[in-house]
Design a protein around this ligand. Structure first.
Ligand code: NAI
Ligand code: MG
Length: 490
């Protein structure tokens, strides 16, 4: 036995791992005190402002504009002018060059963007670093590749741009949703007015810096900030030819009503209440990882989150045991700490919604489990939560919680799993865990969901179309399909 081996033999086996803090340095991000609206390539001094904060600490980060109707009109005019004065006519291979440049700059500046995204939105740095940023850059790369190949994507259909796209995005993946919206719009030859969500404007504002660095012609992309009132102005603007919205089903319905009969094109990507379905022949430890990733990724602020777990009755107990044990290892806290698994809830408003729905679950008779964990005193936090003993009629089994809360139901047969999975007004995504390839295909055929993941969950790729059925919306983003809403095909 060597000296080292003797030492190791005497060393106590740790009963619990403790982690030293491992914060990502914040100083890579330089914030301005105040941001205006990015219109026609210039910063427009905002008439009204509000303060954007860090949801993890409630500290103010910057003053940003609340765009007025006049400011929205200026942005739409700038987008129209850029469209008419060249952008729609330049060689598609030139458009591609700008998109490639944007993609490369995002890669180069990815640490800066990741830190800012976690600071302003509360998501763990390991997710913004490893998911949001690489995927955002990948979307620009992917659509850059299509820009000069549109006639191959749509043979014999003469693809033409629509004009000005008005785009309204949510707060759960601020930069990634911006990439999902802007990349296909520009590749297709449109110009853009985009509004980030009111709680997470900063990465979109930093992105304006990338646009300048890429020397994108002024007015091709305009960014205005503000809340729903600003969004509503974009929707009803006469200068907008196409509206793309990601957010709540209620606002999506309101937008659809507003646009009915206007001739404007519309795509809606709304909520979900996805079933993650575990069969008794699944690899259970992998399935448990998939359940965790499905609902606790990004604090459950994910439209396609696997928020309803359907477990085959015969494996109910081992799955719930393993899941609860795994829950105790999740680290909740500082979004900028590299070891954090679950960060801050994005806003006070969202925290209140989660608290309300969780209270309703307990009242209606479900059994709640939360692992022991100490939540920071300041900021907005919610412990990872599992509900067992859930009936299909409970609100926690019906409504989108958009938080780290899982409702567990059981089933006996594949037919019953399909029926329960489809028993929702939504239809965005689903997960199936089984060893049998034939069963995966059988299930995928019957699940009314835009995306069905097999033995994995929350996997994204720019080449894969994403979108919903029923109240989850219509239109697809990603892939060749994602170009279609931005084109006129004749
Ligand atoms: P929301 O739908 O109000 O906000 C999303 C975006 O729409 C934001 O940019 C907002 O400023 C804008 N907006 C709000 N009202 C508008 C209007 N009348 N016209 C045009 N734009 C408008 O969503 P909110 O209130 O932040 O979250 C409420 C719930 O919606 C969440 O708890 C969650 O269940 C769901 N949601 C779903 C998302 C998804 O990815 N599908 C994203 C965000 C929220
Ligand atoms: Mg709202």
């Amino acid at each position: 036995m060597t000296e080292l081996e003797r030492k190791q033999e005497r060393a106590p086996v740790p009963s619990a791992w403790t982690y030293a803090p491992a914060p990502e340095a914040r100083d890579i991000v330089t914030l301005r005190e105040q941001y205006g609206h990015f219109v026609g390539g210039e910063w427009l001094e905002p008439k009204e402002t509000y303060t954007t904060i860090s949801p993890a600490t409630e500290e103010p980060l910057a003053e940003v504009g609340q765009a007025t109707p006049e400011e929205v009109a200026a942005a739409v005019d700038a987008a129209r002018a850029a469209y008419d004065n060249g952008w729609s006519e330049i060689a598609p291979s030139e458009r591609a060059k700008y998109l490639f440049r944007i993609a490369r700059i995002l890669q180069e500046r990815s640490r800066e963007f990741a830190v800012l995204e976690s600071l302003n939105g509360g998501k763990p740095i390991k997710e913004s670093r490893d998911v949001d940023l690489p995927l955002s850059a990948a979307h620009f790369f992917y659509y850059a590749g299509w820009a000069d190949k549109l006639e191959y994507a749509f043979p014999n259909q003469r693809p033409r741009p629509l004009g000005v796209a008005g785009q309204i995005i949510p707060w759960n993946f601020p930069l990634l949703m911006l990439a999902w919206k802007i990349a296909p719009a520009l590749a297709a030859g449109n110009t853009v007015v985009l509004k980030p969500a009111e709680t997470t404007p900063l990465s979109a504002l930093l992105f304006c810096d990338v646009l300048r660095q890429a020397e994108l012609p002024p007015g091709v992309v305009n960014i205005v900030t503000g809340d729903g009132r600003t969004g509503a102005e974009i929707v009803k603007s006469d200068g907008v030819d196409k509206v793309a919205f990601t957010g709540s089903t209620d606002v999506g319905k309101a937008i659809q009503r507003e646009l009915a009969g206007s001739g404007k094109k519309l795509t809606l990507e709304l909520g979900g209440k996805a079933a993650n379905i575990i069969f008794d022949d699944a690899a259970l430890d992998q399935a448990v990882e998939g359940i965790i990733n499905g609902i606790y990724f990004n604090q459950g602020h994910v439209c396609c989150a696997g928020s309803r777990l359907l477990v085959q009755e015969s494996i109910y107990e081992p799955v719930v045991d393993k899941l609860k044990r795994r829950l105790t290892t999740l680290r909740v806290g500082d979004p900028l700490d590299k070891n954090t698994d679950v960060g801050a809830i994005n806003s006070k408003q969202q925290l209140e919604k989660i608290q309300q729905l969780v209270a309703s679950g307990a009242e209606e008779g479900a059994e709640i489990y939360q692992p022991p964990c100490r939540l920071p005193e300041k900021g907005y936090w919610f412990a990872p939560t599992v509900f067992t003993n859930v009936a299909q009629s409970y609100r926690i089994a019906q409504e989108e919680i958009f938080g780290p809360v899982l409702s567990i139901l059981t089933f006996r047969t594949p037919e019953e799993a399909v029926e329960k999975a489809n028993n929702t007004p939504y239809g965005l995504s689903a997960g199936v865990w089984t060893e049998k390839g034939s069963r995966i295909l059988w299930m995928a055929e019957r699940l009314r969901a835009g995306v069905v993941w097999a033995n994995t969950y929350n996997r994204f790729d720019p080449s894969s179309p994403f979108g919903g059925y029923k109240e989850s919306g219509f239109g697809r983003e990603g892939g060749r399909h994602g170009l279609e809403p931005y084109l006129r095909l004749t």
